[in-house]
Design a protein around this ligand. Structure first.
Ligand SMILES: Cc1ncc(COP(=O)(O)O)c(C=O)c1O
Length: 372
């Protein structure tokens, strides 16, 4: 058999301003390129311990069970669902975009009785809506997406929603894949029970790890399961044995991704998480002002507009796909289009992590000015 043909690609110069992955800083790329060691090497245990502490800082939590799950954001989602859903459990899924829908699908595959709390794409929920939906009782879990990457909204009043969820005896699962590191998130302060994210957006590591945290209330509920977790790989009792004492083999950790995420989180810690949130906000404000001038105002109202992902409203008749193609070919800039009910109506412009820099905004606005 002949070896296959392959192309030489230059992947080094793309400016990633889409919904993720975001650009990866040189320090993180250098960390990624260090030689792997064994998954129980004494030094990797140190890396893992630091990773847990750095993730606690990013999530603003003291939760002991705070680890990166091997896999992308969806693995974090599946860890949340597979460990906390047992067949027949009632789950209320808040759906205002694509990822809320994925949570509903996933919960039903693990045997949950899923009820939908829906809002049109591009809107957010109020605590009162959860209160009304939970009134008939018996819910075990509520799922909520903090930053909806399909629409550019950020859910407000999460602390009040968590309070309502707890009053009705349920646990809150929060998806922060698009928001962790880029938008204020206070897991302990808000009393969120279970939360997951992704390494590749506002944290600026490559895709491949899903930060995950669960509080003592959630762990108690987990301990009371009557059935085995049907997903072996993501069962948190097995993962605990690797990540906490006694550090026993569970699966081969993606060692180089541990290096990369640790370095990315060290950058967050050096900057200070509040400064990181503030940088995302101020860079996004620059983008919003520039888009207004170009006649492309952000579609989401300021009150719940996500700084890490902006969705400008496009004028009728604009060949938006042709402009995105030209942006990529002539300027090496990636942005994304809308999909689902927002297809053709918006762009999705990410300013996440290392991509959230003023120079990228200036370049994008100049390029759009020329192309439009
Ligand atoms: C809000 C949200 N949740 C979940 C996911 C799924 O993450 P991944 O694609 O890394 O598996 C994404 C990915 O874009 C996301 O934006």
């Amino acid at each position: 058999m002949q070896p296959p043909q392959f192309k030489d690609l230059d992947l080094s110069s793309c400016i990633l301003l889409g919904p993720g992955p975001s650009m990866v800083p040189p320090r993180v790329l250098r960390a990624l390129a260090q030689p792997p060691v064994g998954y129980l090497d004494p030094e990797i245990i140190v890396v893992m311990d630091e990773l847990k502490q750095l993730l606690q800082y990013a999530f603003q939590t003291k939760n002991e069970f705070t680890i990166p799950i091997s896999g992308t954001g969806t693995a974090g989602m599946e860890t949340a669902i597979s460990n906390f859903v047992e067949p027949g459990d009632r789950v209320l899924t808040a759906i205002n975009g694509f990822f809320g829908e994925r949570l509903a699908d996933m919960a039903s595959r693990y045997g949950a009785q899923v009820e939908r709390l829906e809002r049109p794409w591009g809107e957010v929920f109020t605590p009162e809506e959860f209160d009304a939906a939970l009134k008939d009782g018996g819910y075990k879990l509520v799922t909520l997406v903090h930053g909806e990457t399909s629409t550019g909204t950020v859910q407000t009043r999460v602390d009040e929603i968590a309070e309502v969820v707890h009053l009705h005896g349920a646990l809150l699962i929060l998806d922060t894949v698009a928001s962790l590191g880029g938008v204020p998130i206070e897991i302990d302060e808000w009393d969120v029970d279970i939360c997951y994210s992704g390494s590749q957006k506002c944290l600026s590591a490559p895709p491949g790890l899903a930060p995950f945290t669960a509080n003592a209330r959630a762990m108690d509920v987990f301990q009371q399961r009557k059935t085995k977790v049907t997903n072996w790989y993501l069962d948190i009792s097995g993962l605990s044995k690797y990540w906490l004492e006694p550090h026993a083999y569970h699966h081969t950790g993606p060692i180089n991704m541990f290096y990369a995420l640790r370095e990315a989180l060290r950058l967050v810690a050096e900057e200070g998480i509040e400064n990181c949130w503030a940088r995302h906000r101020s860079v996004a404000e620059g983008l919003w002002a520039g888009l207004e001038k170009l006649g492309l105002p952000p579609r989401v109202p300021l009150d719940f507009r996500m700084p890490s992902l902006t969705t400008p409203k496009l004028p009728d008749g604009l060949d938006e796909a042709a402009i995105r193609k030209q942006l990529l070919e002539d300027y090496n800039i990636e942005i994304a289009g809308g999909f689902g009910p927002l297809a053709g109506q918006i762009w999705r412009i990410g300013l996440m992590g290392f991509s959230a820099r003023r120079e990228n905004v200036t370049l994008l606005l100049a390029a759009l000015g020329e192309l439009l």
